[in-house]
Design a protein around this ligand. Sequence first.
Ligand SMILES: C[S@@+](CC[C@H](N)C(=O)[O-])C[C@H]1O[C@@H](n2cnc3c(N)ncnc32)[C@H](O)[C@@H]1O
Length: 230
Amino acid sequence: MTFRQICKNKNTDKWMYADAYEQEFFRIRNKPITILEIGVDRGGSLEVWKEFLPRAAVYGIDINPTCAKSKNIFIGDQRDRPFLYDVFHRIGGADIVIDDGSHITSHQQQSLDILFPLLNLGGIYVIEDLYTSYPSPFHSCYVDGISTVDYLKNTLDKLNEGGRSPDTCPIPTTVLSIRFYRGICFFLKKTSRQISQIKLIEPPPTQPPSGLLRRDNALSEDKENSRNKE
Ligand SMILES: C[S@@+](CC[C@H](N)C(=O)[O-])C[C@H]1O[C@@H](n2cnc3c(N)ncnc32)[C@H](O)[C@@H]1O
């Protein structure tokens, strides 16, 4: 069944993102992964995940205690770092995190900052309902400060400048790609193989001492050649 068909008769509005989820999750549909969704409400989306990803272990987080209808649902705040660490510890890590919680822009950013570094390598972090990054009379999720879309644009800038500031921003060095659809964004985390390539693609220093660059490069080429021969 398609994602859209699975969403029918379920208490969720996930069908809004059917095309995006079909596109991004197609390759992992039959993998034994762990998925954690922030925002459980009536549990409709957790049912969707169980059906769409039949081999996945499905967990949820919600701030509302009435959502605690199974042992796979944890009650707490999506901004609460110790709580989130504890959840990750209990479920043994996660391959996919979906933020469908408060939709308040500062909360979206805090959860991303806390959880992206914890996500398994090769994992996917999803933020839904990005329309809350724009002021609207219909919701009160947009708060003062930087919007989530602007925050993501800044992350894109860091990604494109070559990850030159890994100490101040840990996200770009492990982000493989950031993919936007209408109202939803997918962060793909590098696999361990891709992480091990980072050293090889680092840009050279902008102003090397004269003569040194050629020698260094030759050395690294030699090293690379001998590695390839091994
Ligand atoms: C849009 S509903 C989730 C819908 C659900 N994912 C679905 O598609 O069926 C948002 C949920 O986020 C929860 N929530 C709101 N603020 C939260 C916070 N700070 N931390 C965790 N959950 C929160 C609400 O209690 C509500 O149940």
